[in-house]
Design a protein around this ligand. Structure first.
Ligand code: URA
Ligand code: ZN
Length: 387
């Protein structure tokens, strides 16, 4: 089902979102962002709009059943030959809720997601596998008791189709370098759950000036820079030294981190406060991470893959670290239902671009084997579904 040039490998989407009906209802009941509101479009037609940030341009974005209806997800998957999807709640998750509400809604939504996945059709040609698996939610909000986050991790461990958690960049209010999160990293490592680190807030919008560029600057630049800053802070706090088996997958191919990792390493080396803090050279940690392949171009994929590949050279003590094959840490994603075609068309350009990039990348000479890994085999291994 998955394309002309490949014979049998699965096509697995690890970056695809849903607003579960219970979550959409929560957004509809609100009067401030994030919210779903009724709107009359210029043609006089009533529709719903999604406003996820204060001051969002263009009255937000159109929102419809593609965000919550499971049949639409499955139709989209069929259209693009996607065999299996790992579905995650879309931003801003529970970030805006009071602790008690975030806590109860996290558990309810995790149960909803398990239901959404466990009752999905079997993946054709992959016996015993479903078409849908998921990333759950943790109540990561200010004022939450850490024990409640740990209880939610326990809940997720018991949900067979929920194989990870999606997480924003704010932690419980102070970011991902907050010592209070230590037991959370420990529990996530122990549970072997994959953390999908995803942006929402972007960067200070003053940086984008006063000209209207729609959503282009916050999405193209703000999102990936937010991810870059947040994972860098986590690295600088030594989290990957203390929890080396933590499995973190970065949205949008790690944003700017791959491009800036040698500069980061140099800045660390030249900083008297930080120089001796980390066990390894900063470049080493890039080989400990996973990256979605939502980069839209083959050169970018080859670049990220190369950066991962060289990371083991920078481990403390030299050659004792396993060489990383970059293409084994990149995973196909679509970002559905965001970036729909502007004109009604059969295929989604954003999806075709990302698939085309995987096919056109050089992959350090590994060819079709690397393509198959990125398209789906890596995902099945990472999430423990290998057959
Ligand atoms: N826009 C969003 O708000 N979230 C995404 O995941 C992609 C685009
Ligand atoms: Zn996304």
């Amino acid at each position: 089902a998955s394309g002309m040039s490949r014979s049998k490998g699965p096509l697995v989407d690890v970056h695809t979102h849903v607003y579960l009906p219970r979550y959409a209802a929560e957004l509809r009941a609100r009067t401030a962002a994030p919210r779903i509101m009724n709107w009359t479009n210029p043609a006089g037609k009533a529709e719903e709009r999604l406003l996820i940030l204060d001051g969002e341009p263009n009255a937000g974005r159109p929102v419809g059943p593609q965000y919550w209806d499971r049949d639409e997800k499955l139709q989209f998957m069929r259209k693009h030959g996607i065999d299996i999807s790992f579905v995650s709640s879309a931003n801003p998750w529970l970030d805006f809720l009071p602790a008690a509400r975030a806590d109860s809604l996290a558990r309810e939504l995790n149960d909803d997601l398990e239901d959404y996945c466990s009752t999905s059709p079997e993946a054709e040609g992959f016996s015993g596998l479903k078409t849908l698996y998921g990333f759950g939610l943790l109540p990561l909000v200010p004022g939450i008791e850490i024990s409640h986050i740990l209880q939610t991790i326990d809940q997720i461990k018991s949900l067979h189709h929920v194989r990870g958690v999606i997480m924003g960049t704010q932690g419980i209010g102070k970011g991902l370098d907050d010592e209070a999160l230590e037991p959370v990293w420990e529990a996530l490592q122990e549970a072997n759950l994959v953390i999908f680190l995803h942006p929402h807030y972007g960067v200070d919008s003053k940086a984008f000036g006063e000209k209207s560029n729609g959503h282009v600057l916050p999405l193209a630049l703000g999102f990936p820079f937010e991810t870059t800053i947040s994972i860098t802070r986590l690295i600088l706090a030594g989290v990957l030294d203390r929890y080396p088996s933590l499995r973190i997958m970065l949205a949008h191919s790690g944003g700017a981190l791959p491009q800036l990792s040698s500069r980061l390493a140099s800045c660390i080396d030249h900083d008297p406060v930080v120089a001796k803090r980390l066990k390894h050279n900063a470049r080493y940690y890039l080989g400990q991470l996973y990256y979605d392949a939502v980069a839209y171009g083959p050169e970018e994929l080859d670049f990220v893959s190369g950066i991962i590949g060289r990371s083991s050279r920078y481990g403390a003590g030299g050659g004792q670290y396993q060489t990383q094959i970059g293409s084994q840490r990149l995973l196909f994603g679509t970002d559905h239902p965001f970036f729909p075609p502007l004109e009604a068309s059969q295929k989604w350009q954003s999806v075709e671009d990302n698939l085309g990039a995987i096919r056109a990348a050089h992959w350090n000479g590994l060819g079709v084997a690397a393509q198959d890994d990125v398209m789906g085999n890596n995902a099945l291994r990472l999430f423990g579904l290998s057959q």
